[in-house]
Design a protein around this ligand. Structure first.
Ligand code: EPZ
Length: 425
């Protein structure tokens, strides 16, 4: 397990290029299964999860290749083979091959995803939506077997605007007979990127970005070339790190229109924010002000930036209240932050953060992608040298994090732990 040594107390200064969005690229890789030909997806972050999705496509018979951040996939010879637990357990987004495989072959066989450190991660909304379109499912030995003689359009009302459920239903609906309407659909920018990709392939989708998406099924999809949108969560992570270290950072390629609420929250905390020709500039020269935060589906404050904000607010001037509405257990990392001297109490969906003058360096763990990023931010602002263990979590979602931080003046070093790390006692 790799760990990251971080010297705290140095402001981040300079500019950093934001990579392509992980939570769009993964779905575009899956959507490429719809076309019997060679698609080219540019600006794909070279991170573990996109590598795992490439393995899933390869396992299904696609020809895949990388050329830097360009991913090429020829899905001509794809067959609906079983996607094994070994791959799905590494990355639950593998479940997003369900929609495209059902659309193209009328069948799919995918190992059921397990839970993860932030919650149960159910897929009931995915399955109920696809059932309304004529799919049937049965589970055996941990594998979900899906069949649909011919998917047909339906009106699907999502109990919750689930990103994944909206994506799976959309990737099935583009090939269903008739019209599919998704009510209470997710509105994240990554959905719009997926809809643009599918439309270029020949799909007919209306209402993306609103709660009601209407899809007219068509036959046959052509392979496409597409450039992934920038990663708003990576951009937000660096913006928060700039504030936590009282630095001045230019986020090259970041899109302010994907970060409205995040930027207004950081302004409330005391950051100066400018839009530049190609991105955003964030600077902070004072102790953060305490603010309250509520996470909600887009356009609400993104849950994927909640841990990073907690790390910033841990040393704010005052008391902040953070409410996590999206995942039922996304406060697991608070104990790690408290090891660094934070004063945070959690009660159900709420966390009360009493700002301390400064965090103090300590050995801590990354528990998931975003909690790990939060620990790195806390370490960058703390007094002393911290060690963040289990960096593989962070590597799943951030491309060359330490290289980008070092480029901003941070003093960080990755170490490959020799002895097996002590299991949590
Ligand atoms: C996507 O996960 C992202 N992952 C997550 O980012 C992100 O946190 C989440 O959307 C919310 O924005 C990818 O895009 C790969 P959901 P997803 O379906 O699609 C419940 C990261 O760090 N739910 O909107 O799984 C679910 O339990 C990751 O990059 C059901 O109950 O999110 C959760 O409480 C973490 N039944 C809530 O909805 C379902 O069938 C949000 O889930 C599906 C979801």
């Amino acid at each position: 397990m790799d760990r990251l040594l971080v010297v705290g107390g140095r402001p981040l200064v300079g500019s950093v290029r934001i990579s392509g969005a992980k939570n769009s690229a993964l779905k575009l890789q899956a959507a490429a299964l719809l076309a019997e030909g060679r698609s080219v997806i540019r600006n794909v972050p070279r991170i573990q999860d996109c590598g795992t999705m490439a393995e899933v496509l390869d396992h299904l018979g696609a020809a895949v290749a990388w050329d830097g951040d360009t991913f090429v996939v020829d899905a001509r010879d794809v067959r609906p083979r079983e996607t094994p637990y070994e791959l799905v357990s590494r990355m639950r987004a593998s479940i997003l091959v369900l929609g495209p495989l059902l659309a193209r072959f009328g069948e799919a066989h995918v190992a059921m995803p397990g839970g993860c450190n932030i919650g149960s991660r159910k897929i009931d909304l995915h399955l109920r939506g696809l059932e309304r379109m004529g799919a049937t499912f049965h589970q055996e030995h941990g594998v979900l077997h899906a069949k649909a003689n011919r998917l047909h359009g339906a009106v699907i009302n999502l109990d919750y605007p689930s990103v994944g459920a909206t994506e799976n239903v959309m990737m099935a609906g583009v090939a269903a007979r008739g019209t599919t309407v998704i009510e209470n659909a997710a509105r994240e920018p990554e959905l719009a990127d997926l809809a643009a990709f599918l439309t270029a392939m020949g799909a007919r989708i209306h209402g993306i970005g609103t709660p009601t998406i209407e899809i007219e099924g068509v036959d046959g999809f052509r392979p496409v070339e597409h450039r992934v949108i920038p990663d708003r969560i990576e951009a937000g992570t660096f913006a928060i790190a700039a504030c936590a270290t009282r630095g001045r950072v230019v986020l090259e390629g970041a899109r302010a229109d994907h970060l409205d609420l995040v930027l207004s929250k950081l302004a409330e905390v005391g950051a100066d924010i400018l839009t530049t020709g190609d991105g955003l500039a964030i600077s902070m020269d004072r102790r953060p002000r305490a603010v309250d935060l509520v996470t909600l589906p887009y356009p609400g404050f993104p849950t994927d930036l909640q841990p990073q904000m907690m790390a910033l607010l841990a040393a704010a001037d005052g008391t902040s209240i953070v409410t996590e509405n999206v995942f039922e257990s996304r406060f697991m990392f608070v104990d790690e932050l408290n090891r660094m001297g934070a004063d945070i109490r959690t009660e159900g969906h709420h966390a009360v953060i009493r700002g301390v003058e400064r965090l103090s360096a300590a050995p801590v763990r990354a528990l998931d992608i975003r909690a790990g990023a939060a620990m790195v931010i806390a370490a960058l602002s703390a007094d002393g040298v911290s060690v963040v263990e289990d960096m593989y979590h962070v590597d799943r979602g951030y491309e060359d994090l330490e290289g980008k931080l070092a480029g901003l003046g941070a003093s960080v070093r990755r170490e490959r732990a020799l002895e097996p790390t002590r299991a949590g006692a």
